[in-house]
Ligand binder design. Sequence first.
Ligand SMILES: [Zn+2]
Length: 103
Amino acid sequence: MPNARKFSNALPVSAREIYRILKNNAQQMITYAVREGRLPHLKIHFMKCTDCEKRAVCYDHRDYFDPLIVEPVCHSCNLLRGTAKKTFDKIALTPVKRILLNL
Ligand SMILES: [Zn+2]
């Protein structure tokens, strides 16, 4: 049973790994939304940064559990905002983490 073996090798998953998967998924969804024209392409369309008046260069997530909720930000504001901390808090609270970590 190759599938059962694959799943048993995949566990336990650390909270950091859950965060990484959620982040990758959220970034891919935004890339897809831009490609589909549902979000403006920031290299083509001028948008102001949400936090300052500079040109936005990327979309910032505050929570990777809501992958389509983003704000356009400039590079320096994106660095100032840091990681999507809400995601860390939710991973800490969710029972899925306990199941995955066998707690
Ligand atoms: Zn800014």
